[in-house]
Write a protein that binds this ligand. Structure first.
Ligand SMILES: Cc1cc2nc3c(=O)[nH]c(=O)nc-3n(C[C@H](O)[C@H](O)[C@H](O)COP(=O)(O)OP(=O)(O)OC[C@H]3O[C@@H](n4cnc5c(N)ncnc54)[C@H](O)[C@@H]3O)c2cc1C
Length: 470
C-alpha cells in the first residue's frame, strides 16, 4: 500500500493538535517502537493527537483513502495489532490526562494512558483502581479485553469497575457509553471493546487505598516446585481471601544458572496478616525473600524489571482449573528449563501462573458484559523473549506446543468447577492466531455481530480478535 504525498499533506493540514511522524520526520523510529520488536511495523504515518477532533479527522481520512488503520495505547501487543504496515497509526499516548473525583471516588482517564498514570494520580488522593499488574501496559487494551489485577479479588475485573467511556465511532460520531447511554455499546466494550471504535476516555470506580500493601517476590530452587504449587492451590481453594493473590513465575533471575520458582505474593493488609497468610510458603525456605510493605502505587511496578521493552517476544496464554496438578507444573518447569538452556538467547523468558480469588469476579453474571471467559479458570502466560529473528518460527512453535498441552490437561481434568466458562481462554492473553479456542467470544458472538453491524459495519476496527460479519 502506498499513500500519496498529497493525501498526507491533506491530513497534516487538517489536524489541529497532533504531533505527526512520517519516515522523513525526526522521532519516526521512536513512534514505531513497541513493547516487543515483533509488534513494531513501519507505518506510513503516525499521529499523536491530544484532541478528540483529530481522532475524528484521521478516522475519516483513513476511510476516504482506504488506508490500513491501527489504534495504539500502551503498545503491548506482541503481534502488532496496534501497528500498521504502510498505513496510519492513531497513537493515543498523549491523551493520558487523569482526573480524580474525590467525592464520587472515580478516576477519568484519557484513552492513551498507562496504568502508571492511573495508579499515581489515584494514590495522591488515597485511592486505587483495578488495573494491570505491570504498570506500563495501556489502560486501553487491558480494559477493552477485560482486565485482571491485584485488586480483582476485592472488586472484580477492570471492566466491572468501568462506569463510562467516550468513543469515536467509525462514522466520526463521538458517543458516550454507560449503563444509561448506548448501553448496548457499553456491553460490547467490556470484553470485545477493540471492535467498535476509538475509546478516548474511560471513567472507573476507584476505592480507598490508604494502607500499605504486603508484596514482593520469594524465590525457591526448582526442586520445590511441587510444594509451592500445592501451597498455592490450598490457599486459593481451601482458604480463599479476596485481599490476597499470588503469581508463580518460572524465570531465571540474574546470576542464577537455571529458572527458579519465584512467587510474587500480595496481601492488602498488614505485615502480620500477610505473614500469616503465606506462612506455609515462608516456611519452605526461600533462597530470596523480597517481601516488603509498599504503597499500592508501587505494587504494579514490581514486575517491570522482568517485563522490560525490547527484544522479540511471544506471549501465549494458558489456563487451568485449580487445583493445578503439581506434577504437571513440575514437567512444565523441566521442559521450560531445557528450552531456555538450549539457547542462551532465551534467557529472559518466563512462564507466569496466576492465582487470583475469582469470587468477586463471578458475582457478575456472564451475560452482563461481552467478556466470555468469566469463570473460575485461572490464567497464565508463556512469555518467550529472544533477539534472533531467524528463530521466530521455532520459538513460537515451541510455545504453541506447550499451550496445546495445557488445553489437553484442562480438558482431561473434567473438574466440575462452579462458574466454569465455556470459553476458558482470556482474550487479552490470546492475540489473533494464538487462540486455542475456536470462538473466543463464545455464546456472545451472535450479539456481538449485531453490535458490529450497528457500530462498525465496514469493519474499520479489525486488528484484535475481529468480529466478522457474514
Ligand atoms: C507485560 C505485560 C503485562 C500484562 N499484565 C496484565 C495484567 O496484569 N492484567 C491483564 O488483564 N492483562 C495484562 N496484560 C495483557 C494486556 O491486557 C494486553 O496485552 C493489552 O492488550 C495491552 O494493552 P495496550 O494498550 O498496552 O496495548 P496496545 O498494543 O496499544 O493495544 C492492544 C489492542 O487494543 C487496542 N486498543 C488499545 N487502546 C485502545 C483504545 N483506547 N481504543 C480502541 N482500541 C484500543 C489496540 O488497537 C490493539 O488492538 C499484560 C500484557 C503484557 C505485555
Amino acid at each position: 500500500m502506498s499513500i500519496s504525498e498529497a493525501a498526507i499533506s491533506t491530513l497534516r493540514e487538517t489536524l489541529v493538535s497532533s504531533v505527526i511522524f512520517t519516515p522523513h520526520d525526526e522521532g519516526y523510529a521512536d513512534a514505531l517502537r513497541r513493547w516487543s520488536d515483533t509488534g513494531a511495523k513501519p507505518a506510513a504515518i503516525v499521529i499523536q493527537p491530544t484532541e478528540v477532533k483529530d481522532v475524528v479527522t484521521a478516522l475519516g481520512w483513513a476511510q476516504d483513502h482506504h488506508i490500513d488503520l491501527a489504534i495504539k495505547c500502551g503498545g503491548h501487543s506482541v503481534s502488532g495489532t496496534s501497528s500498521s504496515n504502510g498505513g496510519l497509526v492513531i497513537d493515543l499516548s498523549r491523551m493520558k490526562n487523569v482526573t480524580v473525583d474525590t467525592i464520587k471516588k472515580t478516576v477519568t482517564v484519557g484513552g492513551g494512558a498507562t496504568w502508571k498514570d492511573v495508579d499515581e494520580a489515584a494514590a495522591e488522593h488515597g485511592l486505587a483502581a483495578v488495573g494491570g499488574t505491570v504498570n506500563h501496559t495501556g489502560v486501553g487494551g487491558l480494559t477493552l479485553g477485560g482486565g485482571y489485577g491485584w485488586l480483582s479479588g476485592m472488586y472484580g475485573l477492570t471492566i466491572d469497575n468501568l462506569l463510562a467511556a467516550t468513543v469515536v465511532l467509525a462514522n466520526g460520531e463521538v458517543v458516550k457509553a454507560s449503563a444509561t447511554e448506548n448501553a448496548d455499546l457499553f456491553w460490547g466494550l467490556r470484553g470485545a471493546g477493540y471492535n467498535f471504535g476509538v475509546v478516548v476516555e474511560f471513567t472507573f470506580q476507584a476505592y480507598e487505598q490508604r494502607n500499605l500493601v504486603y508484596a514482593g517476590i520469594v524465590a525457591y530452587t526448582p526442586d520445590k516446585v511441587e510444594s509451592v504449587i500445592g501451597i498455592l492451590n490450598t490457599l486459593l481453594l481451601d482458604n480463599p481471601d479476596p485481599r490476597s493473590g499470588a503469581m508463580c513465575i518460572f524465570a531465571r533471575p540474574p546470576g542464577a544458572p537455571v529458572p527458579m520458582v519465584n512467587v510474587l505474593v500480595f496481601y492488602n493488609g498488614s505485615k502480620e496478616e500477610g505473614d500469616a497468610r503465606f506462612t506455609d510458603l515462608l516456611d519452605l525456605n526461600p533462597v530470596v525473600n523480597m517481601i516488603d510493605m509498599i504503597p499500592y502505587s508501587q505494587l504494579n511496578s514490581l514486575q517491570n524489571p522482568m517485563a522490560t521493552y525490547g527484544g522479540r517476544k511471544s506471549f501465549k496464554g494458558v489456563f487451568f482449573n485449580p487445583p493445578l496438578e503439581p506434577i504437571f507444573a513440575k514437567t512444565l518447569l523441566s521442559d521450560f528449563t531445557a528450552k531456555v538452556q538450549s539457547d542462551p538467547d532465551l534467557g529472559a523468558s518466563g512462564i507466569i501462573l496466576e492465582f487470583y480469588d475469582m469470587t468477586k469476579t463471578l458475582e457478575v453474571p456472564r451475560s452482563a458484559t461481552a467478556f466470555a471467559s468469566r469463570g473460575s479458570t485461572q490464567n497464565g502466560i508463556i512469555t518467550l523473549r529472544w533477539t534472533d529473528e531467524s528463530k521466530d518460527l521455532e520459538h513460537r512453535a515451541w510455545a504453541r506446543e506447550v499451550q496445546d498441552r495445557w488445553k489437553v490437561n484442562l480438558d482431561a481434568a473434567k473438574v466440575d468447577v462452579k462458574g466454569k466458562a465455556d470459553v476458558p481462554q482470556y482474550i487479552n492473553y490470546a492475540e489473533p492466531g494464538d487462540s486455542v479456542v475456536s470462538n473466543i467470544y463464545g455464546e456472545n458472538l451472535e450479539r456481538l455481530k449485531q453490535l458490529k453491524a450497528k457500530y462498525d459495519p465496514t469493519n474499520v476496527f479489525c486488528k484484535m480478535h475481529p468480529i466478522r460479519l457474514g
